[in-house]
Design a protein around this ligand. Sequence first.
Ligand code: GRF
Length: 224
Amino acid sequence: MSGARKRTAILISGRGSNMNSLIAAAKRPDFPADIALVLSNRPDAPGLENAASQGIATAAADHKIYAGREAFEETMQNLLDLHRIDLICLAGFMRLLTPSFARRWEGRMLNIHPALLPSYKGLHTHERALADGVKIHGCTVHFVVPEMDAGPIIAQAAVPVLGSDTPQTLGARVLAQEHVIYPMALEHVASGRVRIDGARVVGACQRYSHPAMVVPEADFDEDG
Ligand code: GRF
């Protein structure tokens, strides 16, 4: 992928704080992606109003009114086509996608998960990390594949787990890092600086100053 800014859709179900971090990054003139659509399966998602107030096209496809996942996804696909979308960022989108939708967007759909995958797939990641007594937790941006919370990892950030942490304090520490790595991961993908090689993401990445972040298999390029 290279050339024009990639027309990107953000799919949300709720507050949209990650959506906001992506919108903010895409305001940079040199950012390789444009946020062309924010789409929600919940018409009352607070993030929709927020995106609209920033002049971004929004749409809702209420999953509850469709007979099944295929019909719901067909409507989403039509909206994505209408807006000529190149890339999708799932950002707190709380619907499971069918394998055929995931395959259709393979290599062009990203997700952010609030844990260091492949640990803690699924829900309640902060509670489970605390219960296990792990000392390091974090977040992951990955390409979406049919299996939930799997797929080639683009970027991860780690945070310490403190003895005094609650799920809320740990979640807030992780979320702050989500807002750092999601725009960076989208930048890498939209600019074509990373590619998928089997189960891994490889390619030249910017050397970045964030000490907690790891991009697996990054060939650090002195020039960029
Ligand atoms: C984030 O923790 C994200 O990792 C997970 O859902 C949450 C969405 O939060 N997938 P927000 O709507 O982006 O604030």
